[in-house]
Ligand binder design. Structure first.
Ligand code: ATP
Ligand code: MG
Length: 393
């Protein structure tokens, strides 16, 4: 029954002079999300309101699913839009609306009208009172509750009149592309896709880098990361995934350095290479899925040692979350099932039995001196042979 949707957005409404930039980004995000949906849609901006109109038959569930994934959207309100043919006609339209949307009338309601067009002959208080009375007469099972109604019936008098009462929550956040770009270190695990989602939610565009170590890591492990990138891009928009061949670097570190330091040294090289691609792609930061205490490589000492190679800010949005909190987000955004597929990522193969948990940066740097002969060349080769995969949602 709905042909139109009113899009509610919160935070971006307060951005003053930049408001139009945020609204335009939100419009673009909605258009992008609706592209694969069955049906034709028009997204328009009008007097501080964003509307989505279906201009053909369309799939309601799919459309809602797409719109409620767009960052910046606080709520999607399916609405009925009618022409102004006088108050009597409006009252009829409202009764018809309630009848269709709420076949069961045992509900409380409140009329919440807003007169954006001041030449309408009644003010909002009068509209509330009059409509309330008409509804009570027509549907005796309905009752008024002005504090906590089951149905908040919104009537907006503009050039046309919007009638809506359903608000389907969106993700909130800021529209994609309003905050610059960052490079996500994306593994096949649970945490990094969640980290990418969280930062993208603040309006940041995402590119990604994955360190692949064939034959120690399989094609299926790589495919899993491609799949995760695609799932994240359903929210964050198209991204470039850099697949770095990390095998030779890993083997070289394995040959030259103490095995208990391998993970830390390897992670330092991952960060360096990620930062290279971040610079090349105009990113303003790196993103990882690290969490304090999660593994030997994620004690505060290890994080400090890893961080030391970076000159860019490293965003770690999962840092303080517990596993179950991460899993909850991962399930909500639809990455969990893919993340738990049992394909090894490159770290698991070379992990030492007893990795250092409190690395001393001086020792690490000393060990890294043993890499002097070949490491620059290997890093260069890894960069040059990197495969870039375009990920479309
Ligand atoms: P995740 O669940 O994201 O895999 P994790 O708990 O397994 O994380 P680590 O393996 O220590 O923890 O990795 C920490 C972070 O380092 C990851 O969240 C990710 O950002 C990055 N990372 C680890 N391995 C890779 C990889 N092969 N390619 C790209 N990034 C990686
Ligand atoms: Mg992992």
């Amino acid at each position: 029954m709905f042909q139109s949707f009113l899009i509610k957005y919160g935070e971006i409404a307060i951005k003053g002079k930049n408001r139009y930039i945020f609204e335009d980004a939100l419009v673009a995000g909605l258009k992008h999300a609706l592209k694969p949906v069955d049906g034709e849609f028009e997204v328009t901006k009008e007097q501080g309101r964003i509307y989505v109109d279906a201009i053909s038959d369309y799939d309601y569930e799919e459309a809602i699913d797409a719109m409620t994934r767009v960052f910046g959207v606080v709520g999607v309100c399916p609405m009925v839009q009618v022409e102004d043919h006088g108050f009597e006609q409006l009252a009829k339209d409202v009764l018809e609306y309630l009848d269709k949307v709420y076949p069961d009338k045992h509900k409380t309601f409140k009329v919440n009208s807003r007169r954006a067009r001041k030449n309408y002959p009644m003010d909002s208080q009068e509209i509330n009172m009059e409509l309330g009375g008409i509804i009570l007469d027509a549907y005796p099972d309905m009752k008024v509750d002005v504090h906590n109604p089951d149905i908040m019936l919104n009537i907006e008098i503009r050039n046309k009149i919007n009638i809506y009462s359903i608000v389907i929550p969106g993700p909130g956040g800021m529209p994609s592309g309003t905050a610059g770009k960052a490079m996500l270190l994306l593994s096949g695990g649970i945490d990094s896709p969640v980290a990418g989602y969280m930062i993208a939610k603040r309006g940041v565009k995402i590119d990604a880098v994955y360190f692949h170590a064939p034959p120690y890591t399989s094609e299926r492990a790589k495919q899993k990361v491609v799949d995760l990138a695609r799932l994240v891009s359903r929210y964050s928009g198209t991204m470039n995934l850099h697949v770095v061949n990390f095998t030779d670097i890993q083997l070289y570190i394995y040959e030259q350095c103490p095995h208990e330091e391998l993970t830390i040294i390897m992670r330092r090289y991952m960060m360096k290479i990620a930062e290279h691609f971040a610079n090349e792609n105009n990113c303003l930061g790196l993103i990882t899925g690290e969490r304090i205490g999660q593994l030997a490589s994620q004690t505060m000492q290890s994080l400090a040692a890893t961080n030391e190679v970076c000159t860019m800010p490293v965003y770690r949005p999962c840092i303080a979350l517990d596993k179950n909190e991460i899993i909850a987000i991962s399930e909500k955004i639809g990455t969990y099932e893919t993340s738990i597929l049992p394909f090894e990522d490159c770290c698991t193969i070379f992990v030492a039995k007893h990795p250092v948990t409190k690395p001393n940066l001086n020792f690490i740097k000393k060990s890294e001196l043993k890499l002097q002969e070949k490491i620059d060349q290997l890093v260069q080769e890894a960069i040059e042979t990197t495969e870039v995969i375009r990920i479309e949602a």
